[in-house]
Design a protein around this ligand. Sequence first.
Ligand code: ADP
Length: 473
Amino acid sequence: MKVLGVASECYPLVKTGGLADVVGALPGALAPHGIHVTTLLPAYPAVLDGIKKPRVVRRYEQLFGAPARVLGVELSGRDLLLLDAPALFDRPGAPYADPRGQEWHDNWRRFAALASVAADLAADGYDLLHAHDWQAAMAPAYLRYRDIPVPSLLTIHNIAFQGKFGAEIFPELGLPARAWALDGVEYYGGVGFLKAGIAAAGMVTTVSPTYAEEIRSPDFGMGLEGLIAARGDRVRGILNGIDPAIWNPEVDPALVRTFGDRAPARRVANKRAVEKAFGLVKDDGMLFVVISRLTWQKGMDVLARQVDHLVGLGARLAILGDGEAGLAAALHAAEYRHPGRVAIRHGYDEALSHLMQGGGDAILIPSRFEPCGLTQLYGLAYGCVPVVARTGGLADTVIDANEAAIAAGVATGLQFDHADDAHLGRAIERAVRLHARPDVWKRMQQQGMRADFSWRQSGARYAELYKEMREEA
Ligand code: ADP
């Protein structure tokens, strides 16, 4: 079976979050099921820098107003197609924003072009098109309105990002007038890319069973709950996996000392290295870590308000985060109040994130919503016990250390009800108390390290779904 994946990010070429990890891992997870995935990405400068000797697969004299080509290349066993449209993608800065952090004004054009090309390519003998998030979500709509009979799947990695634009772009999308409809691309008087994809795709998945339920309600659906609910059992949840080639504490080159589930005590060398990297005092008390985008979604404001409490309990905190300046400032202020006990590294550092998972005692994840979440899965695999808000994929992957779960030896972390001050504060207290019971803590670490969140399971679920969709088609 031949599948065309389409996305705006793919690890290791370009990554701003979990989406890239998933898009990078899916081809490998599906190969054992006889499914060959080719992934279409925009040819950002960083992507072109990372590849050699591409072949030209297709040329456009005019694609949304400028010439473009599709390049084909193989990279570490993955088949990639790159949309080389210099007018759209040859720009400095991050994938969606300019170097000052402003969203590109023509993001609608950039990602409509990506989706339109995906639909053209899908017609060239693919059995299924799999689009990811709003940047690719117009691809199912282009298939539908061009009457291309290729089944399509849309995966929503985060419904908060919807690709909403003004009605004035509609005439430029190259869609027939009938696409301007309630079950088409129209969304609250404008154009909604994610909305259009949800309406047009044969099947929609999101990245955990709990999130698939949550987004049927206004609290989580962010305006799309009605449409999601209307699509009924066409909306399903499949958890993300983690890639053991990249996240395995037994062989991870970013660790000072590797370790396995039999000897989590060896982690201490990594703890010392984290203390050193962050300039924290060295002690055997509890070291919490946070690896996160600094945003409201991730509850970083709540975290900032609980830092004093955490320090008051004798614990320390190392934060690696990239994102909003206001939240970074609040965390820097906490660092200033607690020198040697709290430290923040503002930026994105893949290797340091591995070391922190290998050396931290617990990873705090106070998300207000979390479609799947990967950092808790990495925490589980690395014996860095996740302390998580009970939402989305966090609820689905961490087994709370209540006394019954401790007695049964099945606990893998801590859950708390809401990402608010009182609940996070109490969860931190509970974590510190449990950490003071070394046998319980070690058992939790080992349970987490032995849990299987590899792509094997999730790959099998996607493979089943693809096959179901093909049979239906
Ligand atoms: P999201 O995609 O919403 O940001 P996830 O938990 O699904 O959240 O995925 C986040 C990914 O990005 C993980 O691989 C995590 O390790 C990584 N990450 C987040 N922030 C940083 C950072 N500042 N430095 C390095 N890696 C980070």
